[in-house]
Design a protein around this ligand. Sequence first.
Ligand code: ZN
Length: 489
Amino acid sequence: MTDQWFFEIGDGNTYGPYTLEKLQKWAAAGNLMPTHRVRNVDSTEWVIAAYVPGLELTTVAAVPEQGTPEQSSPGSLGKLVRGLGRKPKPRAGEKAGSAPAEPPDIVAMCDELLTIAFTRNASDLHIDPEENVTLIQIRVDGELETIRKLPRNLHNAVVSRYKVLSNMDIAERRLPQDGSFVYAFEEQKKKISIRAACLPTTHGERLTLRLLALETEQLTLNRLGMSKRNFDMFVKFASQNQGMILMTGPTGSGKSTTLYAALRHRLANYPGRIITVEDPVEFDIVGVAQSEVDGADKVQFTTVLRNILRSDPDVIMIGEIRDFESADIAIKAALTGHLVFSSLHTNSAAGVITRLTDMGIQPFQVAATLRLGVAQRLVKRLCSECRKPRNITAVEAAALGSPHIEGSIIYDPGKCARCNERGYRGRVGIFEMLPIDEELCRRIVAGCDEVEIADYMRDHSIPRLRDDAVDKLLAGATTLAEVHEVLNW
Ligand SMILES: [Zn+2]
């Protein structure tokens, strides 16, 4: 048999002929997958790469262990994307010529996409198959943006590359899969964790890569945008040895970021074991034992929680309290000398109390354990380089429920290079914090409802979400439109 081989990766092109040695190199670089097909020049029969003698190690070579330099190397950024995606036409021309076409450098292209997502501070990278193209989108500050449209025939190769990195089964294309990997951005000297989720759709597999802990060092309490009052209060309760701190807010309100920042605060300032139960783990924190459970699997979730209590932690973070069982375990943990952080679904800090009793927790148990309820939202942060000052009108002030701020300076978004012409850079949290003092404890035990708690907050001048949002508007941190969006939730 002649040592000359063709191969195809499913993009409609045939590559080669190459020597087996060259194929092995491609495989080692991750560009030739075990499921790709190869054909010897002497034969008309295509064979799965992994079945060809000399390439049977393709599987091993193409699936490097997590964290090896091979997997993490982004290669030379300048030479990335040979042709495909950016310059498909020259390649088509090459193919027409007599020289064998070079296969697209899928590895380099995938590295480049990750680098773009990282440098733009994106939270997610989406590989979305449509009928004729594959959309590559990133999510920046909560908004989706298309960064590339790839020819459809590259879709499977790109998805396969990320599936290999994530330790997913690349031969399985009909079932949803999850995975993760650590990626090193060498130029920026940063390593970040990436969680991958793959979902089959009618047009092919949809892949979402979530860039975790974009900058874990930024996950500190003083960067979240808390006012002095809220910051001092949060730190005070997060520094105690027992009790329960519950966050609330809709999905994407930044509550898990705050929880992680709280854990990092504990880690930096207090000795003790910290354990988390999450669905899914969103940030990796060195020094914290994080366990991931499937929240939909109630039995598993409860079992893991119980086991964790037996392993003697000092601080426990439960991703979300969603039913009586998880609430009950959180309460028991808080009653037995643990500090418990968690979140639940409700609208306001006051709602935390009633949500727990609605789940079946006794009011006296809530009063005995809950120390702080925190509601959070996120608004886009104005770019301070190009924001444009103006006076708030009487109508606008009245619409906010704050007629007395008429004439105060607020800011509209501008456009400049610093913010990519978007007018905004990053986001800032809006908070409402309700500390549970003795008086409130008595009212909780007496079975007070949410209206009564709201009255209590007003009587004690506890700032609501609205107040914090207006403060941030007047401080020039965000815009009127963003504030309205928050208040409409
Ligand atoms: Zn700007």
